[in-house]
Design a protein around this ligand. Structure first.
Ligand code: IMP
Ligand code: MG
Length: 181
């Protein structure tokens, strides 16, 4: 496979991702089998492909909604502050909310999301995150469904970007260090 010039290597290929997404969907479907009113809240833009694949594998009925946040101004440097750019459309009070996020890095974004949604009094609140970089954590946040733990490197593809590029690569690849330094 020929990789784009900026991509160092493939960390997770299409098949590996698809298998894990199927497993997560099976687990979530089993856990919510007796519940109705499940809402998946995808975090734009990074989670859009993961959410699309995950939701189509669920065997429980559910709604899909989105929220858009920004924690990184452009490249890979965390500005610290999380900004709400677009809120969810659906009311979540009394309903089962599952936040779907692409990657857990410092933890600030998911922590902000969980606090924001908890204040809206959902019947239950859980998180499903595709990737986690444990070495980078600054704040502990609970993850109910995790796809993969990965090393501390900047990854792109399958929805994840660098400066809004590389989102539509079908695999998850490691960005060359010189690109983000
Ligand atoms: P946190 O608040 O530091 O946990 O950052 C989470 C957000 O940072 C994610 O939702 C991504 O948008 C972004 N992010 C962190 N690491 C990466 C990466 O390796 N590739 C792409 N985006 C990343
Ligand atoms: Mg994100």
């Amino acid at each position: 496979m020929t990789l784009p010039d900026s991509v160092e290597s493939v960390l997770l290929d299409e098949e590996t991702i698809a298998t894990r997404v199927r497993e997560l969907a099976a687990q979530i479907s089993a856990d919510y089998a007796d519940e109705d009113d499940l809402i998946l809240v995808g975090v734009l833009k990074g989670a859009f492909i993961f959410l699309a694949d995950l939701s189509r594998r669920l065997t429980v009925s559910h709604h899909v909604d989105f929220i858009a946040l920004s924690s990184y101004s452009l490249g890979t440097t965390n500005s610290g502050a999380v900004r709400l750019i677009m809120d969810a459309r659906m009311s979540v009070a009394g309903r089962n909310v599952l936040i779907v996020e692409d990657i857990l890095d410092t933890g600030h974004t998911l922590d902000y999301l969980l606090r924001t949604f908890r204040a809206r009094r959902p019947a239950s609140l859980r998180s499903c995150v595709l990737l986690s970089k444990p070495e980078r954590r600054e704040i502990e946040v609970p993850v109910d469904y995790l796809g993969f733990e990965i090393p501390d490197a900047w990854v792109v593809g399958y929805g994840l970007d660098f400066a809004d590029r590389f989102r539509t690569l079908p695999y998850i690849g490691v960005l060359k260090q010189r690109v983000y330094e």
